[in-house]
Design a protein around this ligand. Structure first.
Ligand SMILES: *Cc1c(COP(=O)(O)O)cnc(C)c1O
Length: 832
């Protein structure tokens, strides 16, 4: 099928690419969803067509290669479904977005480069919002999928588009160019960061420049010589008429820019069309000044040149935070704190995040007037009302003069307040319990005070968990094992210290196959937090059998004793109690074989008897047979691992013959997945790698740090050489020093062995050693080299202090560092 045959107007439909998201960001009115089924490594969108049909989606774009005879049969059974069959759904989506874009002759800013794309886009939109109706990429939607989704909602009312384009492989920019069709380009910068896909920096620059092949104007920083050279070599050859605005802070460029540091900010001065134009921005770091300069030049190019206006708007630039933070609140509430600026696309993303949390909790949205949407309130609030209903929100709390007028459009129970203070004084917030509460407000409504009302006071030591890094790591291991092998994720020990319920919710959202915990009560906790995935319990005790059944948790059976106890328990369960027949389903079991770890499990000689017993008790349904490698992280143990594999296959085969069916087989842990991928079998058990430590050390660059342990400086002292710091006077100063006391100690999980300079922490870009012994709740460090002040943030581990390094310094393993962070340290989960 060609695009011409796609006989539908893009304005009448909106694209859906993830079956879990049922509303597009900014479509309003009568537009209908079209689901683009995309077949990827792990997710095959085609599997969700019938599910979406049940949710009233009627239009589908499907890929020929994915259409098995069964699927064709299924599709044929869907009355009034409209189905387009194509080679690539993604390609079709891109082509349609490109065709849509071609209809509009408005200025469009296209932004690419290594860093700063999103900030430049957001700031430009902040500065230009009073003059234009802007369609822009939500968050950092800059990929092959994100760009078409960003461009699609453009309509005839928009007067400006601002889109970012990001690439990771050669040949990706062409598609993005045809979709964005920028008239004004911004090339932010080029970093040394090595991208897998590119041979050289030159090649990367050349590929990025393709975005501007038809642009009228390109803004870039001339001091990046790689960019400047390739522009003159390549771009001007294909686009000779382009107006190049290359700026620099030295006098070399045709456009010189002057940065003048000032209190709490800096001035940016540029000479534009014969006039000096100077603005002040509330930042002084070099990255922010570079970003702000790009924004200033683009603003001038777009004809907003009045200096008074510019000064006013640049002085009001604010840091762009795209974090969605998930925190535990009082009264068993969970809180999602969205500080992202306030538009409809951002709301849609935040609502998806809300929707993906624990299904058993009531979902509450606290929302202020939306100020930056460019939509008329008459269209905006009905659109919000539809989203709110579809994303399962149960209560809406609206704050602001505007939303107050639209009570009638909301179908969920709605409480309206004219100001944030009125909400706080109403007492309404105190009544919420066991809910997930999304707090999303425009800056002027100061919703910090709403957030503070919910979040328990902490001693400001937090473990931040990066949910995007977790997802990245999951995908890395998924790609390693391929789509034919299932993934069980180990969430034992509070998900390696990261927070079980929140991590498990994310894993459920990403559809992993199994979870595993060490003890039954951990599994019960997950069930009580709405986790529906199958859960294996590795160390079930008879006292917990009742819970296993009530919460459908699947025990690991590792000895005849536990087999016998479980079997007896089931028999008693099943016995009719005073005439009534209990109606229970027994969870299946998992058989552990000991192939050399010598911890838990049946030895090879025990398998014949085990097989007989299982055969005699068909109610003991075996879901899987597995074993555990003793040394998969180290090359020297590979021969032993191979022997374990051989024994495991022999044992599993023997057992399968005896019971007469074939349960899942699994052997590999995280290190095994990387080192011994040939043993992946039916399932793997992913643990520490998900949490950001690649313990085989073969592909350490491929996983991202997940946890960052942070605290603050409580006090700073200037001390003289010869003085001592801390208990037993261990910290003897050999120089005059500035010593800072941190609000963290060994009771929080900062190991006592890290004292006396063994550990180093990160303060304002400088590694600072510990001084003296670590105390229970406090730690002293030497900040002589860091420009540190009281209240400053300190990173104990995470980027850039690696957990593996920390573990190495005190002769332990990353597992102990991760799981050692005490539960009194608050976990904060965030997504970019
Ligand atoms: C903890 C555990 C794993 C996961 O190990 P990692 O090294 O963290 O990947 C796998 N299998 C069993 C039986 C475990 O106890």
């Amino acid at each position: 099928m060609t695009i011409q045959e796609f006989d539908i107007s893009t304005a009448d439909v909106y694209p859906l690419t993830d079956s879990r998201q049922v509303l597009s960001p900014t479509q309003t009115g009568s537009a209908k969803p079209v689901f683009f089924a995309i077949q990827g490594e792990h997710h095959d969108g085609h599997r969700f067509i019938t599910e979406l049909y049940a949710k009233n989606v009627r239009q589908f774009v499907v890929e020929t290669a994915a259409l098995t005879p069964e699927l064709r049969h299924e599709l044929a059974k869907l009355p009034d479904a409209r189905i387009w069959e194509v080679g690539s759904s993604l390609r079709t989506l891109q082509d349609l977005a490109a065709r849509h874009r071609s209809r509009f002759a408005i200025p469009v800013v296209g932004i690419t480069g290594s860093n700063g794309k999103t900030i430049v886009k957001e700031w430009l939109a902040q500065v230009l919002a009073p003059d234009f109706l802007i369609q822009k990429s939500p968050k950092s939607y800059n990929s092959q999928l994100g760009v078409p989704l960003s461009v699609w909602p453009m309509n005839e009312k928009h007067t400006l588009g601002i889109f970012e384009a990001g690439i990771s492989k050669p040949a990706e920019m062409q598609a993005l160019q045809s979709i964005i069709q920028p008239t004004i380009g911004i090339f932010t910068n080029i970093g040394p960061a090595h991208d897998e896909g590119f041979r050289s920096c030159k090649q990367k620059v050349a590929e990025k420049l393709r975005l501007f092949r038809n642009a009228d104007t390109l803004i870039y920083r001339k001091s990046y010589s790689e960019i400047d050279e390739e522009i003159h070599l390549l771009l001007t050859a294909v686009n000779p008429a382009i107006r190049l605005i290359g700026w620099s802070t030295d006098q070399s460029a045709e456009l010189s820019v002057l940065f003048t540091p000032q209190a709490r900010g800096a001035q940016i001065g540029v000479r534009w069309e014969g006039r000096d134009c100077t603005v002040w921005v509330p930042f002084s770091d070099s990255a922010s000044l570079e970003n702000a300069t790009h924004v200033l030049l683009a603003t001038l190019v777009l004809g907003v040149t009045d200096e008074t206006i510019l000064r006013d708007r640049f002085a009001r630039l604010r840091p762009v935070s795209m974090r969605l933070e998930l925190k535990e609140g009082i009264h068993r509430n969970l809180l999602i704190d969205d500080t992202y600026n306030n538009d409809l696309a951002g709301l849609s993303i935040a609502l998806d995040f809300l929707n993906q949390q624990d299904a058993s909790r009531q979902k509450v949205l606290v929302l202020s007037d939306l100020l930056e949407t460019g939509m008329k309130p008459d269209e905006l609030y009905p659109a919000i009302a539809r989203m709110v209903t579809e994303k399962g929100v149960r209560q809406l709390v609206g704050v602001g003069p505007e939303i107050g007028h639209y009570q009638s459009v909301f179908t969920v129970p709605t409480h309206l307040y004219s100001t944030t203070d009125a909400l706080l004084q109403s007492g309404y917030l105190n009544e919420l319990t066991d809910s997930v509460i999304l707090v999303k407000g425009a800056r002027r409504f100061s919703f910090e005070s709403v957030v503070n009302r919910f979040v328990q006071k902490s001693h400001r030591t937090v473990l931040e968990i990066n949910l995007d890094a977790l997802t990245h790591n999951l995908n890395f291991y998924r790609n390693k094992v391929g789509s034919q092998t299932k993934i069980m994720v180990m969430v034992k020990a509070f998900a390696y210290g990261s927070g079980s319920a929140e991590v498990a919710s994310l894993l459920q959202y990403h559809r992993v196959d199994y979870l595993a915990v060490a003890y039954a009560d951990e599994g019960v906790g997950l069930r009580q937090n709405g986790i529906k995935l199958p859960i294996m319990v590795m160390n079930p005790a008879p006292e917990s059998f009742r819970q296993l059944i009530d919460f459908q948790l699947e025990p690991e059976i590792f000895s005849f004793r536990i087999l016998e106890e479980w079997s007896r328990f089931l028999k008693e369960e099943n016995a009719p109690v005073s005439g009534e027949k209990p109606d229970v389903t027994f969870p299946p079991i998992h058989i552990k074989l000991d192939t050399g770890m010598h911890r838990l499990g049946f030895l090879p000689v025990e398998i014949p008897l085990l097989g007989q017993l299982l055969k005699a008790h068909p109610e003991l349904r075996v879901a899987s047979v597995f074993s555990h490698l003793a040394g998969s992280d180290e090359a020297e143990h590979t021969p032993f691992s191979q022997e374990q594999y051989r024994q495991f296959i022999a044992g599993a085969t023997e057992l399968e013959q005896l019971v007469g069916y074939r349960p899942l087989r699994h052997l590999l842990n995280s290190a095994g997945i990387v080192r011994l991928p040939e043993f992946k079998l039916d399932m793997v058990r992913l643990g520490i790698g998900l949490y950001g430590v690649e313990v085989s050390k073969l592909e350490p660059q491929q996983v991202q740090a997940v946890g960052t342990l942070k605290t603050v400086i409580s006090q700073i002292k200037e001390l003289k050489s010869g003085e001592t710091v801390g208990y037993s006077r261990r910290g003897v100063l050999t120089h005059d020093a500035r010593i800072a006391t941190l609000a963290i100690g060994y009771a929080d999980g900062y190991d006592r062995r890290l004292g006396n300079g063994v550990g180093q922490v990160w303060v304002n870009g400088v590694l600072c050693p510990t001084v003296g012994s670590i105390c229970m709740d406090m730690t002293m460090i030497d900040v002589t080299q860091a420009a540190a002040r009281e209240g400053d943030e300190v990173i104990l581990f995470g980027q850039p202090v690696s957990i593996a390094d920390l573990a190495g310094r005190i002769g332990t393993i990353p597992y102990e560092i991760l799981t050692g962070v005490s539960e009194r340290v608050k976990r904060v989960f965030f997504r970019e």
